[in-house]
Design a protein around this ligand. Structure first.
Ligand code: C2O
Ligand code: CU
Length: 458
């Protein structure tokens, strides 16, 4: 029980809850939650050792936050960790002051302090929330959870299933290997990989599905670095109906590929055929979950087919080039860090900085460029490294010709795009949300060591 809360000042005009204590007065379109970050124990498996994690409300993953499109979500965030934090609502086209990025959009929430997040949700879809301070440690230790916005309560009755995946590095006692957090080798390569996969916080769970009829599965990759690839049974083709929350023109695939931070929603036409969920990214087949039918059926699910906004016309679009370099076996020799050009070797050994945009080692203070409100923007990204990167833009969704699904090339609206080594991709969006918005790699070790910056829209 928290009796007294110290709220830090919220700069968003009119959004600060001045009336303390907190009022719980019910309202139809305000969804209220309270999230408390603290150390907690969690069982990945029944009757096994409990693992020491950092969690929201003692839950792994954090509690499911739900709302209907156009509701307002209000979350009291209490920081009971020993270090500062802030919470980001990944994929929400948010008000800038509620975006949860320390320094850039709000002050850090210190230990013992609270902060009220309050924002409308304009889009229905699969989102998530996570700590955004030292994410390479705080998210890795468990500070994240799902956020689902629906059109008209479609979640409740229907066959709508969350498949939230994470990749943990655990020892034989199922404790986190914390000595490897911050390991320079991992940071300069693919990021810190785990050795155990969980679905919804459990090793190989049984997921209940209705015994017949359609189902919607919402996949979410919360791993700090690993790209995951799922298949159903051995080889069922599924229909993808949404990418990173936004509806898409449905297409078929047999592999659900997810970079860190990404979401994919699929539709299954007949749940009675569902047996296993398999993860195949390592080349070995790992049974990630099994499906357990419960006696009930549903005939047809409705789902939206319209992306949040159509592909914009590119006349007069502003091009911003983003040359991504660095990492092991890369071609970056030197880069600018805090206004000074230094050798990559020096930056790696003395500052743990390894990656750059346009030869700048980025952080929350590095401005990539200025954009005018309502301007059409092409972020022309070139992954000139030997590694994959999962590129995330805050506050907007962008159009991209995705090469993520094997032989397909398909235009998708996303907030996070998985780029292959050498790939060039245009991320196209309308800069219609004022504020300072991060653009960074969601391999959390990569953004901590330089692959990050912001775009200023005004
Ligand atoms: Cu989910 Cu800046 O990230
Ligand atoms: Cu990266």
């Amino acid at each position: 029980m928290i009796t007294r809360r110290k709220f830090i000042k919220n700069t968003g005009a009119g959004l600060f809850l001045s009336g303390l204590p907190y009022s719980s007065k019910a309202s139809n379109n305000i969804k209220k939650y309270e999230l408390t970050a603290k150390k907690a124990k969690h069982s990945f498996e029944k009757n096994q050792n409990k693992t020491d994690l950092w969690l929201f409300n003692d839950n792994c993953p954090g509690p499911l936050i739900t709302a209907n499109k156009n509701d307002v979500i209000e979350i009291i965030f209490n920081n009971q960790l020993d270090e500062p934090s802030a919470v980001h609502w990944h994929g929400i086209r948010n008000i800038n002051s509620m975006d949860g990025v320390p320094v850039l959009s709000q002050p850090l929430v210190e230990p013992g302090e609270s902060f009220v997040y309050r924002f409308p949700v304009k889009d229905a879809g699969t989102f998530w929330y996570h700590a955004h301070n030292k994410a390479w440690e705080q998210v890795t230790r468990g500070l994240y959870g799902p956020l689902i916005v629906s059109d008209n309560d479609q979640l409740k009755e229907k066959n709508d299933i969350l498949v939230l995946a994470d990749d943990w590095l655990l020892n034989e006692n199922l404790q986190m290997d914390v000595s490897s957090l911050g390991n320079l080798h991992d940071w300069s390569h693919a990021g810190r990989y785990g050795n155990r996969l969980t679905i919804n916080g459990v090793f190989k769970p049984n997921i209940e599905v209705f015994s017949s009829g359609q189902a919607r599965l919402r996949f979410l990759n919360t791993a700090n670095a690993r790209v995951l690839k799922f298949m159903l049974n051995d080889d069922i083709y599924v229909r993808v109906i949404a990418s990173d929350g936004s509806p898409c023109n449905p297409f078929k695939t047999n592999k659900i590929v997810l970079g860190p931070g990404q979401r994919i929603d699929i539709l299954i036409d007949e749940t009675s055929k569902l047996k296993h969920l398999k993860e195949v990214s390592t080349g070995n087949v790992l049974v990630a979950a099994t499906f357990e039918p419960k006696n009930q059926s549903i005939s047809v699910l409705d789902f939206d087919k319209n992306p949040y906004y159509p592909f914009p016309s590119l006349n007069n679009a502003k091009v911003i080039n983003i040359h991504m370099q660095g990492g092991a076996m890369g071609n970056l020799k030197s880069a600018i860090f805090n206004g000074e050009r230094r050798d990559l070797r020096d930056l790696a050994l003395n500052e743990t900085k390894l990656w750059a945009f346009n030869e700048n080692v980025g952080d929350y203070n590095y401005k990539i460029g200025n954009l005018k409100l309502e301007e059409i923007v092409i972020l022309r990204c070139w992954n000139d490294t030997m590694w994959q990167h999962s590129m995330h833009l805050h506050g907007h969704h962008f159009w991209v010709t995705s090469k993520e699904f094997e032989d397909l090339e398909i235009n998708l609206l996303r907030d996070t795009y998985l780029m292959q080594p050498g790939e060039k991709a245009d991320l196209i969006f309308i800069a219609n949300n004022p504020g300072k918005w991060l653009f960074h790699c969601h391999m959390l070790e990569h953004n901590a060591s330089g692959m990050i910056g912001y775009l200023s829209v005004n």
